[in-house]
Design a protein around this ligand. Sequence first.
Ligand SMILES: [Cu+2]
Length: 330
Amino acid sequence: MDLISTTLVEAMGIPENYAEHGGSVDHMIEVVHWFMLALFVGWSSFFLFTCWRFARRRQAKASYHGVRNHVTTHLEVGVAIFEGVLLLGFAFPLWAERTDRFEDIQAQDPVRARVIGYQFAWSYHYPGQDGKFGRIDRHLIEKPGDACIDPEDPNGWDDFVSPILKIPVGEPCILQVTSTDVIHGYAIVPMRIQQDAIPGTDIPMWFRPLKELETSVVCAQLCGEQHGDMVGIMQVVSKGAFTSWAEEQSGAAYDRNSKAAAARGEVEGEKAEAEEVKSEEVKSEEAEAEEVNPEEVESEEVEAEEVEAEEVEAEEVESEEADGEEVDGA
Ligand SMILES: [Cu+2]
């Protein structure tokens, strides 16, 4: 049975399983396919039988009372029971294992990464050496696939972003799947996991890779015209290789981000200083203006008085001259 079913799964083109839980997924796929094969053979045989039994040359006559025995009823009930077994015996336990063990996995210090889907690629946000993701503010988005890490949050300074998914072998891994544009579907077939990427929310999923490999991840939801090109790379490497890679990436990110934060702080400090200097300058100018004004006003007043006095003198002189002319004429 196992040998034949393996051949069936291989014949369907399913890649080799690399995940801890993948065996039970494959088992369910096998059982479902064998069941479908049995149904296919059964219903096809029935179809061929009716073609032969009710052919025109056999001069079949319509039956007005139909089937009298209960064979079909038993068959229907049998199919319903088998489908119940599939659901309760395989699908529910598999789902329960996925959900019930999640807290247990969270307690095991798993490798974490955020998976960000966008048209048409994948990007990965790692929490860095402190194991804490920086605050995510989706309003900060600058380009598609942006991790949207708040630069003000020191927890995010050692976070780094990678175009490939790199994880250590044998360790549990929790991926938080999201999108910055439309709905995508994040699928790693050799790990037997798949999760829709919904904009605005991070949806977790977990698995444990058993062997090292480099494989492709794909998009499993039709998301636009280049949906088929939305292929990414996943590398399962040794724990040492992962740790040194993550340390290097995280260290570089921390240097970059803390310096940027310090520069921002300096710029803000300089700005504040500049504003203080400006306001002081304005104040001293005002003060100078107040000091200057009284003198100016005084001198203007003096000038005006002088002008008036001159005018008055000139008028007086003119009138005296006029008086003199009148006298001459008389
Ligand atoms: Cu997609």
